[in-house]
Design a protein around this ligand. Sequence first.
Ligand code: SAH
Length: 210
Amino acid sequence: MTSQRTRERLIQRLRTEGIRDDVVLGAIRAVPRHLLIDEALASRAYEDTALPIGYGQTISQPYIVARMTEVLRAGRLLDKVLEVGTGSGYQTAVLARIAKQVYTIERLEPLQKLTRGRLVRVGVRNVQYRFGDGSRGWPEHAPYDGIIVTAAAASLPEALLSQLAIGARLVIPVGPDSVQELLLIQRHETGYTREHLERVSFVPLVEDLS
Ligand code: SAH
């Protein structure tokens, strides 16, 4: 079921799970998650679960997308946002509704091509796509008001820290499979602060060592 009612049920569930930002909930309500996954799974699109998207990857659970977006936004208007790990484009589409411009990087070219086509079809326009290793960021458009990483890094990528604007936020899962922590890093005039948010489970961030 992809009806308005099933979407509304998801929003209610996210509220009970602690998501408070109405702008974020509005973005989740508006994004057609069922059009960003294979048709065979479309009937499960508004369940609060991760689902397979092929290539050994998953579309993130709506709760996690909502939580990361809420923490990234922190009630601010965002101009430029960088996303590492385009995947299905679900997080991308949510970001595109809360930021003026989204830059997204994916290391699997065929997956990004598929996703780009789907996002264009559902009317998402304010996104620029890049194929490659996102742990290096996208320096040409830096600094960013916010950076979201949707794959688990072994350690904090230095390049991403340096591409944050003063006052900007980075939300990133860090750690090996069993013990990943979602971290919030904030850049200040004088340095960075770090906050542990919660335990999470993401596919690994694959860094290109060449
Ligand atoms: N937000 C996405 C999550 C997809 S899973 C969604 O909801 O669909 C994480 C994605 O990160 C995968 O598509 C994977 O290929 C990609 N990825 C992993 N390592 C990467 C890297 N170093 N650079 C860019 N993308 C990467």
